[in-house]
Design a protein around this ligand. Structure first.
Ligand code: PGA
Length: 323
């Protein structure tokens, strides 16, 4: 397992006043986001954001939580219990989606009775035809599926899959195809442990590298709710080691700041950014309280009844932030 220092859940790291310097600032002016500073606070300081900043910033972004079942369960007879976990979620104040394994999408896709969306874990970008082993966005569209997840680190080459790693260019092609077909997309990014060990500047450089190919697509996006960024530090996935709330907030705010400068302040303010990596019912409330965390992408805990508590935690946190 990853044994990184300083990534303990709950306890914030004590590295000295890290800042994120934006090298793409058009004015060449150094801009810094201090630890746990929200994007709203950042905008207020630099005089942007279109108005007064309330004492408790309201994002206006609807929370979103996804359950990634990955390659589980082994038996289809175990699917009803997993479907029940999703149907137990209160979706009145939070979007919910579930990513069944490819083999099980067709079994469960009509089983959700609370508005939860089905989001396959991958897709091709060519449509139907002679593409053995693939799932076409066109097939998803015909099944009424509205969301698709791409770019998970386990498809970007982490965790030893023997298949070729999916490149940033390939993922941009997939994203364009998904949006073109009218579906929405959860786009995953995140850094492996050696990059995190080099500090927040290295983390942000990696996040920028994973986002750069899709910037032209984001610039053309009129409905900013159609793309969700899932920030999942690789060292936190499946390890039981969660990013601390301050680490996650700092990175989410940095991603938002980058999107503000590279796409537009409007997209940056509207786009939802999920945290993923050992999220569970115990750590969801504190992570949910961070202003730039709009939801979770949940792996292991999405196979358990506690998934509904994660949805409830972020819905409650964002509801209370409105007052
Ligand atoms: P985890 O997985 O919650 O089990 O860490 C998250 C993910 O990979 O999406």
């Amino acid at each position: 397992m990853h044994g990184g220092k300083g990534f303990g859940g709950g306890e914030a790291t004590r590295d000295p006043a890290p800042t994120y310097i934006n090298p793409n600032d058009p004015k060449g002016k150094q801009q810094a986001i201090h630890k746990a500073e929200s994007f709203a606070e950042y905008l207020a300081k630099r005089g942007g954001g279109g108005g007064a900043t309330p004492s408790r910033p309201t994002s206006g972004r609807r929370p979103i939580v996804g359950g990634n079942w990955k390659c589980n369960p082994a038996s289809p007879y175990d699917l009803p219990a997993l479907v029940a976990n999703i149907n137990a979620c209160d979706t009145s104040s939070c979007d919910v989606y579930v990513c069944p394994s490819p083999l099980h999408v067709g079994i469960v896709y009509q089983s959700f009775n609370n508005g939860a969306y089905v989001a396959p874990q991958n897709c091709n970008f060519k449509g139907c035809g002679a593409f053995t082993g693939e799932m076409a966005v066109d097939q998803m569209e015909a099944m009424g599926i509205k969301w698709c997840l791409i770019g998970h680190s386990e498809r970007r080459g982490e965790f030893g899959l023997p298949t070729p790693a999916e490149s940033n260019a390939l993922l941009a092609t997939k994203l364009a195809y998904i949006l073109d077909k009218g579906l929405n997309c959860i786009f995953c990014i995140g850094e492996p442990l050696p990059i995190r060990e080099n500090g927040i500047d290295a983390v942000m450089a990696e996040c920028r590298a994973q986002l750069n190919e899709i910037l032209p697509i984001l610039r053309g996006l009129s409905d900013h709710s159609r793309v969700v960024i899932a920030y999942e530090p690789v060292w936190a996935i499946g390890t039981g080691v969660t990013a601390s709330p301050m680490q996650a907030q700092e990175t989410h705010a940095g991603i938002r700041q980058y999107l503000a400068s590279a796409v537009s302040p409007q997209l940056a303010a509207n786009i939802r950014i999920q945290y993923g990596g050992s999220a569970n019912a115990a750590n969801a409330p504190e992570l949910s309280a961070q202003p730039d965390i709009d939801g979770f992408l949940v792996g292991g805990a999405s196979l358990k009844p506690e998934f509904a508590q994660i949805v409830a935690a972020i819905a409650a946190a964002k509801a209370s932030a409105r007052f």
